[in-house]
Design a protein around this ligand. Structure first.
Ligand SMILES: NC(=O)c1ccc[n+]([C@@H]2O[C@H](COP(=O)([O-])OP(=O)(O)OC[C@H]3O[C@@H](n4cnc5c(N)ncnc54)[C@H](OP(=O)(O)O)[C@@H]3O)[C@@H](O)[C@H]2O)c1
Length: 315
């Protein structure tokens, strides 16, 4: 167990989701005591949360549970709000009443994707204190969740991230590898920019935050932080790199043409932010970390997939 974790117990909420599964594995690997729950302790039920917390005292709560079906959310606003806003508030109150410190996950979708706060001419990465302006139900409920967390328990950390992928759950990299294996051609949108983020890197960052904040005399101010992998590209560029690395590693065994298109060719229920790049200066300087570049992390992920091909991580 890392030194900073002696005597600490982490409660991981949403342990069966994409990020939650990755974080569970990392906690196990590092021998950090933790307890994980998912739908078995419903975050929309405050009594269930506090009942669980009373039975199993914890020092830290990490909330990875959320309603993440961005398109479906447009027609299912009530359920989405119950999880992302009211559920987040329930967890914040539970953390406060039990004395645990909370890390709440949030999203680039709290911004409108214009990246031009304060009338800047060209888009620039969004900073933590830039004004939010969500353009869909998912983003709105996550933004309101952030506010509820900070209102109910100001001693909380909120980590906004974006474009997550990994070995578990539905995500862009797994979908691309599957489609590129099946088809001769895939069309990918070229008019939305962001920073692909490996869920395992984010899981590592969460543990670094806990470890650093728990060090005697350390000052890690509570509040909002941004974390993604370094660099930014379009979904089309991302797909090209997945194809290039997938082919060179033998994960993809046949040719497939990757073609750019516009988002109007992929009508979706909700508009996606066009420029979804987050400024990470605050987390880098606060924790003294360097963040891996998106293409390097993609390489690390595909390297693991290649080694484990045919075992537990089915593409
Ligand atoms: N995925 C991304 O690209 C992305 C980008 C930016 C930010 N984020 C944020 O990062 C966090 C983790 O995202 P993720 O993609 O790992 O999410 P995910 O895979 O959708 O996992 C969410 C987990 O919460 C569970 N859950 C649903 N309702 C619940 C309830 N009432 N009580 C307790 N658990 C419940 C889900 O179960 P079911 O699967 O059975 O519903 C699932 O296991 C979220 O806060 C998300 O908003 C994600």
């Amino acid at each position: 167990m890392p030194e900073g974790f002696a005597g600490k117990v982490v409660w991981l909420i949403g342990n069966k989701g994409m990020l939650g599964t990755e974080l569970s594995l990392l906690l196990e690997e590092r021998k950090i005591p933790f307890t994980g729950t998912d739908r078995d302790v419903d975050i929309t039920d405050e009594a269930a949360l506090t009942g669980f917390a009373r039975q199993k005292p914890v020092n830290w709560i990490v909330n990875c549970a959320a309603y993440t079906a961005v398109d479906k959310a447009e027609d299912d606003g009530e359920t989405c709000r119950a999880l992302n806003t009211l559920g987040a508030a329930n967890i914040a109150r539970c953390a406060k009443s039990t004395g645990a410190r909370l890390i709440q996950l949030s999203t680039d979708y709290v911004f409108d994707g214009k990246g031009n706060a304060a009338g800047d001419a060209a888009p620039r990465p969004c900073r933590e204190d830039d004004e939010t302006n969500p353009i869909g139900v998912y983003g709105l409920t996550k933004r309101d969740g952030e506010q509820m967390v900070l209102e109910n328990n100001p001693a909380s950390y909120i980590i906004r991230t974006a474009w997550l992928y990994g070995a578990y759950g539905n995500n862009f990299v797994r979908t691309m590898l599957r489609l590129m294996g099946e088809r001769d051609e895939v069309n990918v949108v070229n008019d939305q920019r962001g920073s692909p983020t490996w869920a395992r890197d984010l899981a590592g960052l969460i543990l670094t935050l806990i470890e650093t904040a728990d060090k005697p005399g350390a000052v890690v101010p509570c509040g909002i932080y941004h974390y993604t992998n370094e660099g930014n590209i379009s979904w089309f560029d991302f797909a090209l790199e997945i194809y290039r690395q997938g082919r060179s590693r033998g994960l993809l065994v046949k040719d497939c043409k990757v073609k750019p298109c516009t988002s109007t060719e992929f009508p979706a229920r909700v508009k996606r932010p066009e420029y979804s790049v987050l400024d990470k200066t605050k987390i880098k300087t606060t924790l003294g970390i360097t963040i891996p570049a998106w293409d390097k992390s993609l390489g690390s992920f595909l390297g693991i997939l290649t080694k484990d091909k045919g075992s537990q991580w089915k593409i």
